[in-house]
Design a binder for this molecule. Structure first.
Ligand code: NAI
Length: 809
């Protein structure tokens, strides 16, 4: 990464890091660094007093286990975090605890030191002086401050350190929140900014946004404004906490946690801290008064009602029910669902622009709330350019990635403009004399839209130039939607499409509801193979929805089973098995690109592909048993093969422990917490790749397919699978007996698991028999269909479809 002619030295790659401050953020940042293979030193203060437990054990303040207590506690807390902070708990071994009194010299040679101590300027400045004393010349140093002026943190540091110093603002929790704001000061070397940007996006998988060094940067500045504005309007219009959450959630393209539930997750103290910071450091802000939180929130903070971490905030759970706070009385009462005829009607509109237009047109108080909230937030964001950023894209990305909005403020403006609804916003939009200058500019020079699309490119309005310029596209991001608008669509049906990715690679995209794999997707899979044989060098199976695939279409399976269409079901299962076998035997390479939820048949697609290239955040599981079935599109067969492959053929080693592991993965419907965890469960192979930055998944999958094609990949011959046969069956029977006796599993669990075991062991054959693939496929199909005929299985499927949860029968 060292640029020729670069004036300052900087690390070539990120191998070793130090994080100082092992609190909420520091520990979790350290965990995410460990996730991507970086060795981390995690330092916190050395304690000044002993705990009662330490004193009882006769320890002193000089004992090593006492001195690192805070950092160690940070690692232990993080290892237990939910959702998990580590890809797998083993990753915690890459984090070494220490304390700043004894171990600061160990930052020597680190590529990156991240300061994440308390939000106190003096403490941060003092610490930086001590870091300076131990740091080696090219080490990059950054602060995770959420709002202090970054330049002020480094005010007392040497000029040399200041060239290597910048802000890196992670969002909580850092593994899952995509946004990373990178805040250079006037003195930060541009090469250092480039290095940290590349680490953030390429190594840590974050969406990096460059922010200016202004209080609270981009996302928290606009997000906290929006939060407090919503609270102000709630009070003025006499609405309730749950009304506001109903109005500001998925209805307007924001997360289900909406406004106040999000605050409960983030912590009211953290939000008020940002607000106070804005009020103190932004005397010229035209909306400064908003940053003075309403009295009821101050009272909540005084009482310690901070949200989830303190047992309750705007909401509180009691005896299994969710209660909402009445902000007038500060008493809790049962949560209510806001219901009004026009709100219910708006909910049914799928198109986000039309839905918003409908909501803004509502004559009631809900319409007024939204007209004023969205109008004010948009105007506030528009006035923040060029203060917080020079460009509109960074602001939109910051709000999408940091707050989970579907559309940033300027993207929202375009949606409203297309739907002819901007005039409904309050304050009045672009034609009012006192409207934000940016809105005047986009009207004058930009045809009224921030983003435009021509046949070749996407354009964005550049406020400095007063005109649209090509959007800086991440060359490593493939957009299937955009490829389709540019003529790359080859074939399509309601469930799937074929898209030309260029360079001889074709993509099979699933796009049914939840990307379930039914008749259409199967048919398109066969079409993909035909095209592959004549026109392409490789196939990528991937898509860009929220999840790779929820598996087979359970609704259809249940309907057929209820109607007794066994021939039809047998034919459908055979056809899916045939497709998977054809994938396996394809002479051209096939790379599956799973991400998000990858369940049931979605996993079997990955099994059948030459390779999988999985996003780090892949939640993968063969969950058929939870609906009373077993994997029957080659999934159980592949697990039998993986069991055998884990034990070298020419040794005397026993397959039984490995069989047990595979059996449990399927019988307990285990779902991985990450791609790395999927490897542990045997659902991904060592040879399968992992992509940390989900935006780059398809391009990595394409690169993998190209590499295989260039290496003249050809599948190996179909080989026989050594199985455990009768000995395995006996072992499984005894496991199930013990679990049933202890009441850990239900009678139907036993039935399902017995059938699963039969397939996995290759039937009642002698141990060591080598069985053919087609034979195991027949066993799979027989087990699947016989289970499907049982009322208990049909009950499980029905319950899953109705509630989304497994039935324990
Ligand atoms: P925290 O209070 O959980 O942790 C701070 C840690 O710093 C404590 O473990 C404390 O013992 C340690 N510490 C204090 N002085 C120290 C020193 N001189 N040397 C070494 N360690 C020292 O705080 P949290 O929430 O982790 O915040 C850390 C930083 O990250 C702050 O600047 C905060 O503004 C920022 N931040 C916080 C976010 C959040 O959601 N909590 C989000 C983004 C940024």
């Amino acid at each position: 990464m060292m640029m020729p002619g670069s004036p300052v030295r900087r690390p070539r790659r990120l191998v070793r890091a130090a994080v100082i401050g092992a609190g909420v953020m520091g520990s979790a940042i350290a965990a995410h660094l460990a996730n991507v293979g970086v060795r981390v030193l995690l330092l916190d203060l050395a304690p000044e007093t002993l705990t009662a437990d330490e004193a009882r054990k006769g320890l002193t303040l000089a004992s090593p286990e006492v001195r690192n207590r805070l950092a160690r506690a940070g690692i232990e807390r993080t290892a237990k975090a939910q959702p998990p902070a580590f890809y797998t708990v083993e990753r915690a071994a890459l984090v070494t605890p220490g304390n700043i009194a004894d171990d600061l010299d160990r930052i020597r040679g680190a590529d990156w030191v991240i300061e994440a101590v308390v939000e106190d300027l003096g403490v941060k400045q003092d610490l930086l002086a001590r870091i300076e004393h131990h740091r080696t010349p090219d080490t990059v140093v950054s602060t995770n401050t959420s709002g202090l002026p970054v330049a002020a943190v480094a005010a007392r540091a040497s000029a040399e350190l200041r060239t290597h110093f910048l802000g890196t603002h992670f969002f909580n929790p850092p593994r899952y929140m995509k946004l990373l704001e990178v805040i250079p000061t006037a003195e930060t070397d541009p090469g250092v900014v480039e290095t940290v940007t590349a680490w953030g996006a390429g190594v840590l998988g974050k969406g990096v946004v460059r922010a200016k060094d202004t209080p609270n940067f981009i996302a928290n500045r606009i997000g906290t404004y929006g939060f407090l504005k919503a609270a102000q309007l709630m009070l003025e219009l006499n609405l309730d906490i749950d009304d506001v959450d109903e109005l500001t959630g998925p209805l307007i393209g924001r997360p289900r946690s909406a406004t106040f539930r999000t605050a409960d997750l983030a912590g009211l103290d953290v939000i008020l801290h940002v607000a106070v910071n804005a009020y103190r450091y932004l005397p010229g802000d035209e909306e400064r008064a908003i940053f003075e939180p309403p009295p009821f929130m101050r009272e909540m903070a005084r009482r310690g009602w901070l949200g989830e971490k303190s047992g309750g905030g705007f909401y509180r759970r009691k005896d299994g029910d969710v209660l909402a706070l009445d902000h007038r009385t500060l008493e809790y009462r049962p949560r209510r669902r806001t219901s009004a005829a026009n709100l219910d009607a708006a909910r049914t509109i799928a198109d986000p622009g039309k839905r918003l237009a409908t909501l803004l047109a509502m004559p009631d108080v809900y319409g007024e709330f939204l007209r004023r909230l969205l109008g004010a937030t948009l105007a506030y964001a528009a006035r923040r350019i060029p203060e917080v950023s020079d460009d509109v894209l960074s602001v939109d990305q910051a709000m999408r990635w940091g707050f989970g909005w579907d559309h940033g403020p300027f993207e929202l403006w375009d949606l409203l403009a297309d739907a002819g609804a901007t005039a409904r916003l309050v304050p009045a939009p672009s034609d009012a004399p006192d409207a934000p200058p940016l809105l005047h500019a986009v009207r004058a020079g930009g045809q009224g839209s921030f983003y435009l699309e021509d046949t070749a490119r996407r354009l964005v309005f550049d406020p400095r130039a007063g005109m649209h310029v090509p959007l800086p596209e991440d060359g490593e991001r493939i957009s299937l939607a955009r490829l389709k608008t540019r003529g790359a669509l080859i074939e399509t049906n309601p469930g799937a499409s074929l898209i030309d990715l260029g360079d001889g690679i074709v993509c099979l995209e699933f796009h049914s509801k939840m990307n379930t794999i039914g008749e259409d997707a199967t048919a398109m899979g066969f079409r993909a193979l035909e095209r592959l044989s004549t026109d392409f060098d490789g196939l990528v199976i991937g898509n860009q929805g929220p999840d790779f695939s929820a598996g087979a279409n359970l609704m259809l399976i249940l309907l057929e089973a209820q109607d007794g269409n066994w021939d039809e079901l047998d034919r459908a299962v055979r056809r899916l098995q045939q497709l998977m076998m054809a994938f396996r035997r394809s002479p051209a390479p096939i790379v599956a690109a799973p991400f998000g939820r990858t369940l049931g048949a979605g996993v079997e697609v990955c099994f059948a592909a030459t390779r999988a290239q999985a996003a780090a955040e892949t939640h993968m599981g063969m969950v058929e048993a939870s609906v009373g079935l077993i994997p029957a599109a080659g999934g159980t067969m592949e697990m039998a093969r993986r069991v055998a492959a884990r034990v070298p053929a020419d040794t005397q080693a026993d397959l039984l422990p490995v069989l047990r592991w595979a059996f449990e993965t399927i019988a307990m419907a285990k779902v991985s917490t990450s791609a790395e965890d999927a490897r542990r469960l045997g659902l991904l192979r060592e040879a399968d790749g992992i992509t940390i930055n989900g935006d780059r998944l398809l391009s990595d999958a394409k690169a993998a397919a190209l590499a295989l094609a260039r290496g003249h990949y050809r599948p190996g011959p179909a080989s026989l699978i050594p199985v455990l046969g009768q000995r395995g069956l006996a072992a499984i029977e005894s496991i199930l007996h013990i679990m049933r006796t202890g009441n850990h599993i239900t009678p139907h669990d036993v039935t399902v698991a017995t059938k699963l075991g039969y397939v996995l062991c290759g039937g009642a054959v002698p141990e060591g028999t080598r069985v053919a693939e087609d034979y195991v496929l027949d066993l799979e199909r027989e087990a699947f269909l016989s289970l499907l005929g049982m009322p208990a299985t049909q009950d499980r499927i029905r319950h899953m479809l109705q509630t989304g949860r497994p039935l324990r029968n």
